[in-house]
Design a protein around this ligand. Sequence first.
Ligand SMILES: Nc1ncnc2c1ncn2[C@@H]1O[C@H](COP(=O)(O)OP(=O)(O)OP(=O)(O)O)[C@@H](O)[C@H]1O
Ligand SMILES: [Mg+2]
Length: 356
Amino acid sequence: MSVFSSIFKRFSKDIGIDLGTANTLIYVKGKGIVINEPSVVAINKKTGQVLAIGNEAKKMVGRTPAHIVANKPLVDGVVSDFEVTEQMLKYFIDKVHQEGFSLFPRPRVVIGIPSGVTEVEKRAVEDATVNAGARQVFLIEEPMAGAIGSRLPVQDPAGSMIVDIGGGTTEVAVISLGGVVVSRSLRIAGDEMNEDIIRYARDEFNLLLGERTAEQIKIAIGSAYELDKPLETTMKGRDLVTGLPKEVIINDNQAREALSRSVKTIVNNIKMTIEETPPELIADIMEKGIVLVGGGGILRGLDKLITEQTQMPTYRAEDPLTCVVRGTGIVLEDIEALKEVLVTTQYEKAPKTKKR
Ligand SMILES: Nc1ncnc2c1ncn2[C@@H]1O[C@H](COP(=O)(O)OP(=O)(O)OP(=O)(O)O)[C@@H](O)[C@H]1O
Ligand SMILES: [Mg+2]
């Protein structure tokens, strides 16, 4: 009996999903991360046909003719277009199935949701996941998954502080004993930093930039703290006065100024979270430090700035872009032991799920 169950366990294709505003990642139990693509879907508005999903669709952003839209089906970390989200998930899950698992039953899925979402929003994620082919869905708050993915001891009676800066949302959370003790979620993160760059180029140089170009500039030279070595790059866009193409050089000082508004808001929210944290947990965090996950956490010097502003040592997790999905993976490997970290939903409370 136990031999059989362990054999089945080995072939289980349960999956963990980080359905992010910017990127969707999928972890397959026993296999690791198999999908890591932008959360973008290109649709022909005339026919309703999906033209491309993921990497292919992202290339189309800002480059589509009028009848094609390349959309992000998630806004601020929350499902904004249910049908498109479902199609995207189905596409990714099917892609995973094709990799040799198709004979096995439909997967159980652990999926991340932003902390503090409403029951309706939770339900939307669950429904999209079930409709995309999942047998059973478990929800986990993204900061919890991020903390587990960066190997913080979330079940210990000690405080851990995690800051997840994604595309749409920044989530700050203090975790202890398998639960979120204090948290804040704000809708300012990487996408807003791109907007900062666009605004700066427009206001300072009358230069109109595309969203992807702005993101490339941010990644190339963006920072939150003065750099040891100066950086600069060329911004290519359209002159708002002449309507013609224009190039302007931007250096790291200017980019830092452009990004300062979002950066400051993020740092202030971290400070406010610290103010709300019980003192015993503060002492733990002072010892262990604040951990940064999510793509926005890669911004140069952000760790240094947060250390300076909060008086708490701050570290970037290893591979910040994959922490949340790796966290869902760790949960998958042992759902029973980690059940307490999962989110309970109205669904589960409903009598029809008594089977579990
Ligand atoms: N080197 C970098 N420097 C600054 N920002 C970066 C860097 N690399 C990626 N990013 C930003 O990280 C963001 C994406 O991060 P991530 O994949 O963690 O978001 P997400 O999980 O999809 O979004 P959310 O959690 O808000 O739903 C994008 O805004 C991207 O521009
Ligand atoms: Mg995220």
